[in-house]
Write a protein that binds this ligand. Structure first.
Ligand code: PEP
Length: 256
């Protein structure tokens, strides 16, 4: 049985020490004692140090939303993975569709970042997913397979087992349109089939695949009850302690 993982992706929100502290201090008691779910908050860089102090003796782990693939050097404005690791960041979101679409990150760039993250034991959450036009053109599986082939190029099975995949249909992110549990499950099964072909059955069965795209307390349980959906990456609903804790509890209930 795979342990579900819920990641709260704050994006460019809750970025001041005051507002992040308030949110985290509300969340901590609401999810205390939940040990069957890995709980991650991926906060903006500006609050990571404070967030680490607040979260350090709790069951909530710290994540960041992006990194570069070098440790040091003349890369103005970029963020070093080893700096993140040094301040207590454990998880790293890579290849979010906003990074791909707005900042033009390619699958091969994400592959470099992924290898770097693995090499220093940051735990990667790698996002993949199709645009609406691609789904409507019947190309979802083709796109997903391409993203897997390039993003996970030259990884060993052992490395891949340390990755969490977030299947995030781009048309469902921040739109209020959720994929149905059946639509999501179909693609999660497909992802495992590709991984089985490309790596092996053990890896395909072990790897955790989250769903992301307008998860709310109202739809979380039906999604997480699907056999191949191992929790979720949550944007909008992760900004309020109450809604995020309900989603975490739905993941906890799905773990049997
Ligand atoms: C996300 O940012 O990864 C996401 C899924 O956002 P939302 O939950 O707001 O759709």
């Amino acid at each position: 049985m795979r342990k579900p993982i819920i990641g709260g992706n704050w994006k460019m929100n809750r970025g001041t020490p005051h507002e992040s502290k308030e949110m985290l201090e509300s969340l901590i008691p609401l999810v205390e004692g939940i040990n069957n779910v890995d709980i991650i908050i991926a906060a903006p860089f500006t609050v990571l140090i404070n967030a680490y102090e607040i979260l350090k003796n709790t069951n909530i782990k710290l994540g960041a939303q992006n990194m570069y693939f070098e440790d040091k050097g003349a890369y103005t404005g970029e963020i070093s993975p080893s700096f993140l690791k040094d301040i207590g960041v454990e998880y790293i979101i890579l290849g979010h569709s906003e990074r791909r679409d707005i900042f033009k990150e390619s699958d091969s760039l994400i592959n470099k970042k992924l290898k770097k993250a693995l090499s220093i034991n940051l735990k990667p959450i790698v996002c993949i997913g199709e645009h609406l036009e691609e789904r409507e053109a019947g190309k979802t599986k083709e796109i997903i397979e391409y993203q897997i082939n390039v993003t996970f190029k030259d990884l060993t099975s052992e490395e891949l087992q340390r990755v969490v995949i977030a299947y995030e249909p781009i048309w469902a992110i921040g739109t209020g349109k959720t994929a149905t549990p059946e639509q999501a499950e179909e693609i999660h099964i497909f992802i495992r089939e590709i991984l089985k072909k490309k790596f092996n059955e053990e890896t395909a069965n072990m790897i955790r695949i989250q769903y992301g795209g307008s998860i709310k307390p109202i739809n979380a349980e039906d999604l997480f009850n699907k056999e191949n959906i191992d929790g979720g990456l949550v944007g909008g609903a992760s900004l309020q302690a109450n809604s995020l804790s309900q989603i975490i509890k739905a993941a906890d209930n799905s773990y049997r």
